[in-house]
Design a protein around this ligand. Sequence first.
Ligand code: SF4
Length: 302
Amino acid sequence: MDKSFMIKEIKRLKEEKNTVILAHYYQDGDIQDIADFTGDSLYLSQVASKTAADTILFAGVHFMAETAKILSPEKTVLLPVKEAGCPMADMVTKVRLMSYKEKHPERIVVCYVNSTAEVKALSDICVTSSNAEKIIKHYQGQKMLYVPDKNLGTYLREKYDLDMEVWPGFCCIHNDLTIDQVEMMKLKYPNAKFIVHPEAKLEIVKIADFAGSTKGLLNYVIESDHDEFIIGTENGIIHTMEKACPNKKFHILTDNLACYDMKLTRLEDIYYALKDNKYVIEVEESIRLKAFKALDKMMKLS
Ligand code: SF4
């Protein structure tokens, strides 16, 4: 199908089926451009909880669509590519977390939103990379466990001197960044500021000019007086940065900064998802209610 015709059809179906399209910043530019809302996990969760649409089509990965369903159980939530998951989210399971909690009942479980509904249901509160620092301050002085991202957890623990154990999960995209890559890019672009997502290892975060969530990085480049940046996060954000700052230059730290799962979704998947009403996300009600509590607490403290 011709691309411009497909875009027209997506817009037509979207209206006809009263559907809102949410796209994460890590999606391809084409998909971000046809979405009603683009953003990071926190922003899209907030949109999902307030939308008046009957259907939410989530261009992202499974845990994001699942989060939308937890927050809006009365809506139909669609994930265009069934297989689009998040390896980090799968690194903590219900069984392992239950076993940890039995041994450490005193620890408050703080759960990164990049996790399954079952894991959220076992947690005391959720956080995203945008609000983790704000939320964690409410628990300073208490014993915590952070799941599943060891890098973001370690970053928070060091920064706020927390009594917090961290689960050994990681994002395979950010965890692979190295000091050598940063040094090479700094030699190539000596005037560029290096900015990174805290899902990278602490040693990388420490040499960055700025570390923050995807939205935090976007705000930084918009507000900065500098006009050249080395970007240490998933390459989809460069599309948004270039649109927001057409006169600034952005260099991706390494060509490997593309999330396989995020990039599974193509325009035609959005079209078929709308046309055939697929793939519908369901969350079992007893799990949803518990996961909702952890997400709701996050929303209230954000
Ligand atoms: S970028 Fe990392 S955390 Fe995000 S979906 Fe991909 S693997 Fe998961």
